[in-house]
Ligand binder design. Structure first.
Ligand code: MLC
Ligand code: AMP
Length: 510
């Protein structure tokens, strides 16, 4: 191995177990991929991508169901030196259209069922190749990536990458309604993976139960990288299902989830101490873990959930300690090499327990937003800190709590929903004068999306009709769970909609 190669795959490969015939990925349908299978399959896919003569820095956009092959495709893409761009499978045409237009991927890979409309969008904006990632038994058409890769060599020399070369673009945020592509480099991802390996005490006997989706930071980077860097076996579930998780937990040592997973697990009578007897670590993140959930979990399971905090632009920032007190309601302390500060509106340093804006700096922090230099500049301070948009405070022991967000963002079941985006879809409806989208507390999802609608005079639109219409336009998790009709929106003297008043008014109605 070339030790000067900053390619993230090279880092993983250097840490694969000595016995490459041992199991790397076990799937729910009892398929087993050894570490050598992963090496050879990623080599075939990397050879195929390379044979397409893509430009340096070409984006490979992927919207596929979770599978072992999808994880291997991710590895192949970075191994070949291209930029991986994962897309949530819930996204509909308008959303995918935006991402493909913005990122201009040379290669688009989708599920066979979506090939028709995805390929149409992709070819329209100039993508050169559209493939399907078929389920193993289906791979018999010429557009099938796996079929095409079969004839490729299973040897591939990992591309030579520099630390600042892009490895992935993750679309995120959008206070102005449109998502921005966060550009993450090989060095960003490698630094966070190494830091988390230390922080969470990964050891050779670990087994990771992976139930998170593969298109966001949590499932793709935090969970998968942890296992890959440690040479740990992964039990790979296609999606989160509480009963299925309980079935696998006895064979597992590490589990990661968004708070909704823990709420749902606690609703199961079969979730017992005995089931968790081999568990070393439960980790929660992506959204606030309620103190009640934290407390019930430790009382019933005798395990203290470790809560951590991160975001697409920065990967992981803080974590409760693996050894030491894990404090519920906090996201712990800054990870090694990550500078975290809480500042006042005038950029003064906040004191203990003083609430302010959370800003961060470190080798993990992204390179900026894809083709948005002005937005990127706005989000960084003069001394190089990234403005997270989260609001928090440090206690006297150095534990950080997140108390709110300055960005207008709803986090529902760990998925981010940008009110502005939903409002623009609703406002385009002919019956609607204007709308306000807010998050209301929700027992299972943490927050639920709700819409307050002002209709044009004499227009009629029911809650159900609006919900049904939106379901055809946007990812289903973004669709409001509740719709309220009002005569006018409350505004302040500047004319800005007072969403805090709406949240208070409709709290308890979700
Ligand atoms: C599904 N539904 C949701 C939802 N997920 N509604 C609100 N919020 C959600 N998150 C709705 C669907 O719209 C549908 O509604 C119904 O629930 C059933 O859909 P489903 O797909 O069958 O749901 P389910 O499989 O139960 O999914 C729920 C979930 C999933 C919690 C398992 O949302 C999930 O895996 N969330 C994790 C997200 C995640 O990985 N976030 C990490 C981001 S990274 P209807 O009306 O159509 O029936 C990040 C950085 C960091 O934030 O720090 O980690
Ligand atoms: P994303 O853009 O999907 O990466 O989401 C990142 C956002 O999720 C952060 O800016 C936070 O607002 C939120 N987040 C992540 N982890 C936590 C946590 N443990 N507690 C509260 N919020 C969190």
């Amino acid at each position: 191995m070339n030790t000067n190669n900053a390619n993230l795959y090279a880092l993983f490969a250097a840490n694969f177990p000595t016995d490459l015939s041992s199991c790397c990925i076990e799937t729910e349908d009892r398929r087993y991929f050894s570490w050598s299978d992963v090496e050879r399959a990623s080599a075939k896919l990397a050879n195929l991508l390379t044979s397409l003569n893509l430009q340096v820095g070409a984006r490979v956009a992927v919207q596929v169901e979770k599978s072992a092959e999808a994880l291997i495709l991710y590895l192949a893409t970075i191994r070949a030196g291209y930029v991986y761009l994962p897309l949530n499978t819930a996204y509909r045409d308008a959303e995918v259209d935006y991402f493909i237009r913005d990122a201009q991927p040379e290669v688009v890979i989708c599920s066979p069922q979506q090939f028709g409309w995805v390929s149409q969008l992709a070819f329209k904006v100039g993508s050169r190749h559209v493939f399907t990632l078929d389920a193993p038994a289906e791979g018999n058409n010429s557009g099938s990536l796996l079929q095409r890769a079969l004839s490729q060599s299973d040897q591939f020399e990992t591309a030579q990458s520099l630390p600042h070369d892009l490895a992935a673009i993750l679309y995120t945020s959008g206070t102005t309604g449109r998502s921005k592509g966060a550009m993450l480099t090989h060095a960003n991802l490698a630094s966070n993976a190494k830091v988390l390996k230390q922080a969470w005490g990964w050891n050779k006997d670990d087994v990771l139960l992976h139930a998170l989706p593969l298109f966001h930071v949590h499932g793709l980077f935090v969970a998968s990288h942890g296992a890959l860097l440690n040479g740990t076996k992964i039990i790979f579930l296609p999606k989160f299902n509480a009963r299925q998780v309980i079935h696998y937990l006895p064979r597992t040592t590490v589990f990661m989830g968004v708070p909704t997973y823990y709420v749902r697990l606690l609703q199961e009578s079969g979730f017992t101490q005995d089931i968790c007897k081999n568990m070393r670590l439960f980790i929660s993140g992506s959204a606030p873990l309620l103190l009640d959930t934290f407390a019930e979990f430790s009382q019933r399971l005798h395990h203290t959930i470790l809560e951590r905090y991160g975001m697409s632009e920065t990967t992981m920032l803080t974590s409760n300690p693996y050894v030491g007190q894990r404090l519920g309601g906090t996201v712990g302390k800054p990870l090694a090499g990550v500078d975290v500060r809480v500042v006042t509106a005038n950029m003064g340093m906040c004191g203990v327990d003083e609430i302010g804006d959370i800003q961060v700096r470190g080798a993990n922090v992204f390179q900026g937003y894809w083709r948005m230099p002005e937005k990127t500049a706005e989000e960084f301070t003069d001394d190089g800190y990234f403005r997270t948009g989260d609001v928090g405070k440090f206690d006297s022991e150095g534990y950080l709590s997140i108390v709110g967000r300055s960005k207008d963002l709803i986090i529902s079941g760990g998925y981010n929903v940008y009110p502005k985006e939903i409002e623009s879809f609703i406002d385009d409806m002919p019956e609607v004068l204007e709308s306000a989208v807010i998050g209301l507390p929700h027992a299972e999802f943490g927050e639920a999306v709700a819409a307050i609608i002002i209709l044009k005079p004499k227009e009629v639109l029911t809650e159900q009709a609006l919900i049904n219409r939106l379901k055809g336009m946007i990812a289903n998790f973004k669709v409001p769970k509740k719709v309220f009709f009002l005569d006018e929106l409350p505004r302040n003297a500047m004319g800005k909609v007072q969403k805090n008043l709406l949240r208070t008014q409709y709290q308890g109605n979700e």
